[in-house]
Write a protein that binds this ligand. Structure first.
Ligand SMILES: NC(=O)c1ccc[n+]([C@@H]2O[C@H](COP(=O)([O-])OP(=O)(O)OC[C@H]3O[C@@H](n4cnc5c(N)ncnc54)[C@H](OP(=O)(O)O)[C@@H]3O)[C@@H](O)[C@H]2O)c1
Length: 236
């Protein structure tokens, strides 16, 4: 039977590369995102199915359910990003609260809500992979905290789906290119500093991350669960 996958945030960056890998492995792939036109364009390119919805909006998720596959073998919770990038530094407590809530919503709640909505559809031996970040180790304010919380939630999810042979893992990239993550672009000195921290002297590529996700999504990876896998060139 053909395995089915859903990749949230699949129109760009890591999500698009992951969807392409899973397609190459013969899976039926649904990609999601908020920008319907871009999503449709990427879906045509990859031979995937586009379903547009906001992963943080319970009503939008519920409305999208009829368009999503009735059996899900692979769920990649990739949608997210640092919502502070490009935003002014919070000037007061109200703005700080908003900044943290936006990051928690985009990176933690999106994954929790989408996974919970699809829990009954997860097949035996399902694979759930959620994007974490090197930022979970520290720094990046609400973004880092949200990605750390993803790891905590993932361990609980592993127990929930483990009884049916399912696995749940986090893939935690370091600097990865090319994506829309840094919006208008990463300043060259900051990029050089991040590369300097790696052991192999380079930025990650979207294909580096997609390759790790593809392995964890495979039937062979059935005894790896509840883990967070750094894919960051050995960044220290
Ligand atoms: N690039 C890096 O250096 C890096 C490092 C560590 C971790 N990560 C993580 O990797 C994941 C993918 O990021 P990326 O680097 O590939 O950046 P990206 O190109 O910006 O991809 C993020 C994707 O998620 C979608 N998305 C964002 N919020 C969404 C929402 N609420 N509902 C539905 N879709 C949403 C976006 O599409 P729409 O805007 O159309 O919705 C976009 O396609 C993220 O979780 C990010 O935190 C990236």
């Amino acid at each position: 039977m053909t395995r089915t996958a859903i990749v949230t945030g699949g129109a760009t960056g890591i999500g698009k590369a992951t969807a392409a890998r899973l397609r190459a492995d013969g899976l039926d792939v649904v990609i999601t995102g908020r920008r319907a036109e871009l999503l449709a364009e990427t879906a045509r390119e990859l031979g995937a199915t586009p379903v547009a919805f906001d992963a943080t909006d319970p009503a939008a998720i519920t409305a999208a359910l009829p368009a999503l596959p009735p059996r899900v073998d692979v769920l990649v919770n990739n949608a997210g990003g640092n919502t502070d990038i490009g935003a002014p530094a919070p000037g007061d407590l109200v703005a700080l609260r908003q900044s943290w809530l936006r990051n928690l919503e985009a990176n933690l709640l999106g994954a929790v809500l989408v996974t919970t909505a699809l829990l009954d559809r997860l097949a035996e031996q399902s694979r759930v992979i959620t994007l974490g970040s090197i930022a979970a180790r520290g720094g990046a304010a609400g973004y880092g905290a949200a990605k750390a919380a993803v790891e905590t939630w993932n361990r609980e999810l592993a127990r929930t789906i483990g009884a049916r042979g399912g696995t749940a893992n986090v893939v935690s990239p370091g600097l990865t290119e090319p994506t829309e993550f840094f919006g208008g672009g990463l300043p060259e000195d900051r990029r050089a500093m991040l590369i300097e921290q790696t052991a192999n002297g380079r930025a990650g590529t979207v294909d580096d991350i997609a390759a790790a996700i593809r392995f964890l999504a495979s039937p062979e990876a059935g005894h790896i669960t509840g883990q967070a896998l750094p894919v960051n060139g050995g960044a220290a």
